[in-house]
Design a protein. Structure first.
Length: 268
């Protein structure tokens, strides 16, 4: 009996002063590399580096600020064996990161924030994570209006896939993210999670980024939402999700391993 591939853990490395869960903790190069080493020691599958906060209400930083934050870290990690992802919506920065050897571009706008992004991806062999997106962080919650959140998000993602393929991106490059927390209320986030099977119908690997987000416990601090985050990871692993994007590594790796063990027992 073949064993299905286990859900991967994409470890978050925010090189920012203002990200909602860990802003400022890894802002210097030394702190970022220390955290990266820790994630590797805990078995991280992918390290996702971001230089611009996308928390609700966040204002954009300049392209140069974002570059100054992430390029030194990317250069250091380029010689490591762990796959690296860059979390950016800017095509020029994506192009430079690709030249440094990143394996993934994680674009929360799915190419809508920068019209040059699809061409950059199409001219490369990197994997491209395209998220469901309606607006930049400063105003995204003004766009959390749906008659049918699952159907509309799915249709908007499908439309984006069609446009990205038309721009020359190979289907095998695409990974999709329904955008938990982005232009979605707490209830809408739960509706998305309850309907992951419908998003599998889009025919691409799925990434879920729910780690420590407000809908897991609005009265709690981000670090107090860790247990709920791990529970969501277990659910995602049981649903065949390609990867989860998380602030910690080991608890999520352990949860995924337990789900895999249970699936073997249940399926015989």
């Amino acid at each position: 009996m073949s064993v299905p591939a286990q859900t991967l853990v994409m470890g978050i490395l925010n090189v920012t002063p203002d990200s909602f869960a860990d802003g400022g903790k890894h802002f210097t190069l030394d702190d970022a590399l220390t955290r990266a080493h820790q994630m590797v020691s805990e078995g991280v599958d992918i390290i996702d580096i971001g230089g611009e906060s996308t928390r609700p209400g966040a204002e954009r930083v300049s392209a140069e600020q974002e570059r100054e934050r992430v390029i030194p870290v990317l250069k250091e990690l380029s010689s490591w064996s762990v796959p690296v992802s860059l979390d950016t919506t800017r095509a020029q920065l994506a192009r430079e990161a690709i030249s440094l050897g990143v394996s993934y571009i994680n674009d929360v706008s799915g190419g809508l924030a920068d019209s040059e992004m699809p061409a950059v991806i199409a001219s490369s062999s990197v994997k491209y994570i395209a998220m469901h997106w309606r607006a930049h962080s400063a105003e995204m919650m003004d766009h959390a209006k749906y008659d049918d959140v699952v159907g509309e998000v799915k249709n908007e993602l499908q439309s984006r896939v069609d446009q990205l393929l038309a721009a020359g991106i190979d289907k095998q490059q695409l990974i999709l993210d329904p955008g938990i927390g982005f232009s979605k209320t707490s209830q809408q986030n739960w509706e998305i999670l309850r309907s992951l099977d419908e998003f599998h119908e889009l025919g691409a690997p799925l990434l879920i980024g729910a780690s420590r987000k407000r809908f897991l416990g609005e009265e709690l601090k981000p670090e107090e939402r860790e247990e709920a985050s791990v529970a969501v990871t277990s659910f995602c692993a049981a649903q065949g999700i390609w990867a989860v994007r998380t602030h910690s590594v080991k608890p999520h790796k352990d949860a995924i391993a337990r789900v895999a063990q249970l699936q073997v027992v249940i399926n015989g």
